[in-house]
Design a protein around this ligand. Sequence first.
Ligand code: HEM
Length: 282
Amino acid sequence: MPHRPPSREAGVGSESPNLDFTGTTPYEDYVQADVLTHLQHPLSDDPGEMVFLVTTQVMELWFTVIVHEWETACRALREDRMPVAMDALKRSVRELEALNASWRPLSQLTPGQFNAYRGALGEGSGFQSAMYRRLEFLLGEKSSSMLVPHRGAPRVHAELEKALLEPSLYDEVLHLLARRGHALPRAVLKRDLSQRYEPSAEVEAAWAEIYSGDRDADLARLGEALTDVGELVWRWRNDHLVATRRAMGAKTGTGGSAGVAWLEKRAAKNVFPELWTARSHV
Ligand code: HEM
């Protein structure tokens, strides 16, 4: 945190913090805490809604940090700067742990407690989170139909469209594997980036080879960092699923889906599929 030299000492000792600022504090100028702590506008009178709203906002902030880390990792991988990519991926693993820990306040929500403000949410649903969608796109889970809800918000739509058309984190990793001599098919390396990544037998064989020898120890470490990411995303999805099952059983979602039945299918997906299936061949 940058500090200005104290203009006047507060309190008795010379070690007391500075109290005297012209205008807003340097902390406020940096953190914008006044903006951040006035973005909470519950839609009901229920006192339990505040933690639902703030948990959602906190998760949006973590999504934003994690997207930033993975975009950093993408650029670094493209430029063969492995240490930079690894640092960003490892930071994202700790951040995913913090993201997942933030389920705690909502994890035991009862249907009665949720019903107290559920109606006020109208058709609002986390399904409409653009930052979560960017996160999924970076994992290779692309879908152009996920842009449709954001047609009315030009900046959000443009950012999401850019993410749809750019290589995912996994695409960048697979290009690195190819540059390092692993035989990956053209269909993988030249794939239509706007489509969902589909698992490939050759990619699975490349990971099995990487994990079997010592030639590519750094790629094996990269594979493990990605496996950590995949596991923690899977855990987020499953924690969300269980919290939803507890809070609303088999009711339909506010976003219009079948609710738990729909989330079960989403949570069953494996992130970076070949990193899991290759393990049977090592
Ligand atoms: C315990 C409270 C919660 C319940 C009952 C719940 C319920 C649901 C349901 C039923 C869906 C499916 C779409 C729909 O029809 O609405 C959904 C999707 C989603 N929710 Fe939640 N949710 C909760 C908390 C949260 C929180 C705190 C976040 C944080 C941002 C979140 C983010 C998401 C996301 C990103 C999706 C889309 C998942 C996907 O596309 O696979 N949810 N939620």
